[in-house]
Structures are given as structure tokens and as C-alpha cells.
Design a protein around this ligand. Structure first.
Ligand code: SF4
Length: 305
């Protein structure tokens, strides 16, 4: 029996640009987010799963807002989210046999704080042939350091690519720290993580670093070039999609000329720059940042009561 169940499925868009969202329900009543992205512009269909019920990090830009942390998800709950969503995708004609798939851990929770993360990924890998991505804000804790080392070992032995994405948030250390409610790794620790990743996976992908691209957040290549150079890090440029919680913290959308200028400055210093991470039209239209589908579900329930 699955450890995660559903009682509502959201579908947005069409085959050319679409999203499926499932608020996943744990046996003990927590709600987590599971989502699925597909369309003509995507080289792989992407299952996005959660690692925790709630999150202890309280990031200013996250739709979870100040919701309390409940617990880490078990390895079976990590696996069952992916299988539940793949079964749903099958109803739309997408299977791992006819379409390449990636499982990304990026919805509810901070994956590096869950000691069951790698065991959960192992269970998924044993069930379905997929690549993986894990997105972390990289908390400054011993558990996060240990989980990252285990993940790097998993990446070295998994037959398909495993990507690590570190949400840098800002190129300013001070701004990065201020956006989180808990202590984050500084840029020296981010560099050490990227070096560990490269040493364990010399033929794998470089670590992605992502920035929250708003109109005011620092995205200055000169602040990171020396410590996070292009031979170690690939910067991922995805515009900030407004969320209610982000708006209440004064985050505002970036303009197209401002974004183009930032990308050019990074490109001129030798970083790989592309549009692969930009939100699709359907993601813009419905503001589909992480945990927004979960919030839609909870809003529907509270209106119905
Ligand atoms: S962005 Fe990620 S780490 Fe930050 S509060 Fe949201 S789920 Fe947690």
C-alpha cells in the first residue's frame, strides 16, 4: 500500500506546455507537494517531489511561509510520491518507457536535512529508470554536510545523471543569509561542496548555483567569480515567479532588460548561460512556484469548511 495518497489532482495547460499537481497526503495528515512538468520545450518530463513535511528553514521567498516543520519524510514516502505521480502521468500517456524522466527533490522541505533522502532515491532508482536532481539551500549543519557526501556517493554509482543544485539566492553573502530563517552555508562552504561533488563525480555535471532573480536581489558576477568560478559552478537563471509570501517580503519581478544584462555579465566572465530554466508560459500564468499548488489545495479546503 502506498504511504502517500491523493484526493485532488490539478492539471494546467496542454501537451505542449503542461503541469500536473498533486497535494500528497501522508498517513498522519501532513500535506506535501508533488508536481509534474512536461511540454515541447522540456528535454525530459520532470517529477518534483518533497523531502519533508513543513520546513525548518523559513525562507522569505517560499510559499510555505512560516508554517511549522513537522518531520522528515521516510524513504518509502520519498519513493511513493514519485510512483504516485508517474502513475498519474501514465493516464496522460507519459511513461518512463516512452519519455525520458527526471525526478527532482525541490518541493516541500530542505532535502539535505533528511537523513533518509539517499535511501529514498535508491528506492526510486530500483523501481524506475530516471535521472535525478536535488535542490538545496545548503543549511550550515552537520547533517546537511553528511547528507551531501552520501548524495555525492549515490551520484557516482547511479547509471543516469544526478545533478546537485545549490540555491545561492543572492551574490551577496549578507542578503543570502537574511533571506533564510536558519543559518546557511557561506560561499566558502558552497565551494567546498562543489569541489567534493566534482571529486566524487569527475565526469558528472557541474554543480548548479541558482539565484532568486528579482528586481532588487544582488546578482553581481564580481561578488562570486573568485570563490565560485565557471570551471566549478554553472549558474542557473530562473526569474522569480511571484508568490504571496514573497510579495509580503517585498520581492518584485525582474525586468527583461535587467535579466539580459545580468546574463551577459556572467557570460562575459565565462559562465554557461542559457534560457533552459526560465518558467514556461503556463508556469507564469498560474504563478507555479514551489508549494503554490499545495497552498491552492489548502485554500480550497478552508473555503469549503
Ligand atoms: S525554499 Fe525550500 S528550504 Fe526554503 S523554506 Fe521553502 S522548502 Fe524550505
Amino acid at each position: 500500500m502506498s504511504s502517500i495518497r491523493k484526493d485532488l489532482v490539478f492539471t494546467f495547460g496542454d501537451r505542449h506546455d503542461g503541469v500536473i499537481g498533486i497535494p500528497g497526503l501522508t498517513i498522519d495528515g501532513n500535506v506535501i507537494e508533488i508536481s509534474y512538468f512536461f511540454g515541447d520545450a522540456k528535454p525530459k518530463n520532470i517529477v518534483v517531489i518533497s523531502s519533508q513535511a513543513g520546513c525548518p528553514m523559513s525562507c522569505a521567498f517560499c510559499e510555505l511561509g512560516s508554517e511549522k516543520f513537522a518531520r522528515n519524510l521516510t524513504k518509502e514516502e520519498i519513493r511513493d510520491q514519485a510512483l504516485l505521480m508517474l502513475a498519474e502521468a501514465g493516464l496522460h500517456g507519459f511513461t518512463v518507457d516512452n519519455t525520458p524522466h527526471k525526478v527532482t527533490v525541490a518541493n516541500t522541505g530542505e532535502p539535505m536535512l533528511n537523513t533518509a533522502l539517499v535511501d529514498g532515491l535508491e528506492l526510486i532508482a530500483a523501481a524506475v529508470p530516471v535521472s535525478f536532481k536535488v535542490s538545496t539551500i545548503l543549511p550550515a549543519t552537520k547533517i546537511a554536510t553528511e547528507t551531501l557526501a552520501r548524495l555525492a556517493d549515490f551520484a557516482a554509482r547511479h547509471s543516469q545523471p544526478v545533478q546537485l543544485q545549490i540555491s545561492l539566492i543572492s551574490t551577496s553573502e549578507r542578503e543570502r543569509q537574511e533571506m533564510s530563517g536558519a543559518r546557511l552555508s557561506d560561499f566558502h562552504a558552497v565551494r567546498k561542496a562543489a569541489e567534493l561533488w566534482r571529486n566524487k563525480n569527475p565526469n558528472g555535471r557541474k554543480v548548479n548555483a541558482s539565484l532568486i532573480l528579482t528586481s532588487d536581489m544582488k546578482s553581481d558576477v564580481d561578488q562570486v567569480f573568485a570563490i565560485l568560478p565557471p570551471e566549478l559552478i554553472r549558474f542557473r537563471f530562473r526569474e522569480y515567479v511571484p508568490t504571496l509570501h514573497g510579495k509580503s517580503h517585498g520581492l518584485r519581478m525582474i525586468s527583461s532588460p535587467q535579466l539580459a544584462d545580468i546574463k551577459k555579465r556572467f557570460e562575459d566572465r565565462g559562465y554557461d548561460v542559457g534560457d533552459w530554466a526560465s518558467p514556461s508560459p503556463i508556469e507564469w500564468r498560474f504563478g507555479l512556484a514551489g508549494n503554490v499548488i499545495r497552498r491552492m489545495y489548502l485554500d480550497m479546503l478552508s473555503r469549503a469548511r
